[in-house]
Design a protein around this ligand. Structure first.
Ligand code: GTP
Ligand code: SPV
Ligand code: MN
Length: 594
């Protein structure tokens, strides 16, 4: 098939890779509906995908990954910078020359008998000055069809790009899905990603975490912008004014849910609306007016299925009703649809579970869907998609919100005193681990800015970059920085805050703070809301004022422990490399707690 570009750097790189992996055939993905339809049909003919009930779920498909390949593998993800120091203490590092040699050995001849798909894609609207181009080579139709949803794919990308050389090189080889030979390697200095022996989302949809966070964070450092693991949402008040918020929560800690939330009944009646710009990744830079602007580089949602239902996230559910690929959920054989834990209280009796075995959801103790099962849905399906979604300049950011999953300690919400204090709050974030990555679940770990698995260079330098960006912002233009925690639990293990749509009550306080419309209480850790300033109208039965007060309290002895934990994290991991501004913030916190 004829190449879709005359760009020499692209063509020669692809030729080299063809020589390496030896495909039977090379197919360029042009983005046409006919080609996509033919690939879907081919994937169904080989069993790689299952065509679902086309009346209930038009253009929807089901895919099951290998049982050993269901989440990101942080232990096998490497930043192959020239020195270990550049990758930093929180990344796995491999020497680039050694990494290339090892990866090429694994990749060599691995496309024999297979097709090489060449996917030209744009992260960000095609042609926007914010956007970046990538080429992913893959031997998986599933990857092609996911990339078609998650990014802007096809000939238009190459036509707009022309003859540049700064495109991101991505090679994915399924090989034998061998866990022992699975590697996800980023070479930030070479704009290159190589991923072998996996077929799971975050490991193989190279535009997503590998490019839009790991490579892009490194580019951002050098080019003066930021790539962040953040959702972007717009909150429209009854007067029709929209304020935008970016929020960083670790994987499976509520970004998609917050980004698409439906306001509580009483807010809807008053005329509040929430608009989704993005649910996972933000690229942020300073605009001409001196404010920070964010775009969502993606074009779809790769969302966690379990827990998604008509009450928790109706917009996400609606987004999955057409053109969606479901991965590792249960297959309801009665009507050829899908099911997952938390969809409804009516699991199918006649079904296949995520591993591919017969499953009776009414009787089985086993789960039907993997806890990290996902949907890949086009952004355009989302009923609350922002009209600014395609805006090449992005949206102006009023507030940046950090948050994690903490059963104890972290209050429902607090505000940092200023930018540097906000960076400190982000740098000291911690959260309970989730099923989004392989390994133990529910263990509290430090996850600065929700970027621990995604920062493409030394995290201490990344913090410095945050501080430096702050220095370029006028105080009245800089977004205000907050921390939230939807996941506080009582002694019986019940969530103390209803969460989901009711989180708008907290966002309302955040926006009011940005506008100087509401007072706060100064505490050891920052500004806390007065309990009566969080609107409980309509949920008084669920959250008493007393409960609210208890999750808006700084528990001093726990915070002393926390400050010690932060200090240990700084010292043990980073030694002398922690920016002076953050050390000063830590000293202030310790002093406040005396
Ligand atoms: P990634 O796609 O992995 O980056 O995850 P995410 O941050 O987008 O998380 P998502 O919104 O998919 O939520 C993950 C899990 O958290 C789901 O099971 C949700 O039901 C649950 N969750 C989300 N928001 C809330 C909340 O406000 N309260 C509670 N208790 N659970 C929530
Ligand atoms: C995450 O784990 O943060 C995700 C899913 O958004 S993945 O694409 O696997 O990274
Ligand atoms: Mn994510």
């Amino acid at each position: 098939m004829a190449a879709l570009t005359t760009n020499k750097s692209i063509l020669s790189w692809i030729d080299e890779k063809i020589e390496l992996v030896k495909p039977d055939k090379v197919v360029w993905i042009d983005g046409s509906e006919e080609q996509i339809e033919a690939l879907r049909a081919e994937a169904c003919s080989t069993g790689e995908m299952i065509k679902l009930n086309q009346e209930k779920l038009p253009d929807c498909y089901l895919h099951r990954t290998a049982v050993n390949d269901v989440a990101r593998v942080e232990g096998r993800t490497f930043i192959c910078a020239p020195t270990k120091e550049e990758a930093g203490p929180t990344n796995n590092w491999m020497d680039p020359a050694e990494a290339y040699e090892m990866l090429y050995d694994i990749a060599r001849d691995s496309y024999k008998g297979r097709t090489m798909y060449v996917i030209p894609y744009s992260m960000g609207p095609i042609g926007s000055e914010f956007s970046k181009v990538g080429i992913e080579l893959t031997d998986s139709i599933y990857v092609v069809l996911n990339m078609v949803i998650m990014t802007r794919v096809g000939k238009a990308v190459l036509d707009t790009y022309g003859d540049g050389e700064d495109w991101v090189r991505g090679l994915h080889c399924r090989c034998e899905i061998d866990e022992e030979k699975r590697y996800i390697c980023q070479f930030p200095q070479d704009n290159t990603i190589i991923s072998v022996n996996s077929g799971y989302g975050g490991n193989v949809l190279l535009g997503k975490k590998c490019f839009a966070l790991r490579i892009a964070s490194y580019l951002g450092k050098n080019e003066g912008w930021m790539a962040e693991h953040m959702l972007i949402l717009g909150i429209e008040n009854p007067e029709g004014e929209v304020k935008y918020v970016c929020a960083a929560f670790p994987s499976a800690c509520g970004k998609t849910n917050l980004a698409m939330m439906i306001p509580p009944e009483k807010y809807l009646k008053k005329g509040y609306k929430v608009w989704c710009v993005g649910d996972d990744i933000s690229w942020i830079r300073k605009g001409e007016d001196g404010r920070l602007y964010a775009i969502n580089p993606e074009n779809g949602f790769f969302g966690v299925a379990p827990g998604t239902n008509n009450k928790s996230n109706p917009n996400a559910l609606a987004s999955t009703m057409k053109g969606t690929i479901f991965t590792n959920v249960a297959h309801n054989l009665d009507d050829n649809t899908v099911w997952w834990e938390g969809l409804d209280k009516n699991p199918p009796a006649n079904a296949i579970e995520w591993k591919g075995n017969p499953w009776n959801g009414k009787e089985s103790e086993e789960k039907g869907a993997h806890p990290n099962s996902r949907f890949t849905a086009p952004a355009k399906n989302c009923p609350c998609l922002s009209s600014e979604f395609e805006n090449p300049q992005g949206v102006p950011i009023s507030a940046i919100v950090f948050g994690g999953r903490r059963a104890k300690l972290a209050p429902l919400v607090y505000q940092s005193r200023d930018w540097n204090h906000g960076v400190f709050v982000g740098s000291s974030m911690a959260s309970e681990t989730t099923a989004a990555a392989t390994g133990a679940v529910g263990v509290v770990r430090r996850d600065p800015m929700a970027m621990i698995p995604f920062c493409g260079y030394n995290m201490a330098d990344y913090w410095q970059h945050w501080i430096d960006i702050g220095k370029t912002l006028d105080a009245d233009k800089a977004p205000k920085i907050f921390n939230v925690n939807w996941f506080r639990k009582d002694d019986e293990g019940n969530f103390m805050w209803p969460g989901f749509g009711d989180n708008l009550r907290v966002l309302e306080w955040i926006i009011d703070r940005c506008e100087g419309k509401v007072d706060a209480v100064e505490s050891e850790i920052g500004y806390l809301p007065k309990a009566e300033d969080i609107n409980l109208d309509g949920i008084e039965d669920e959250v008493s004022l007393e409960t609210l007060k208890s999750i808006l309290t700084v528990e001093k002895d726990l915070w002393v422990e926390e400050a010690n934990g932060i200090e240990a994290f700084y010292n043990e991991k980073f030694g002398g490399n922690v920016p002076a501004e953050l050390k000063a913030e830590l000293a202030t916190l310790k002093n406040n707690l005396k």
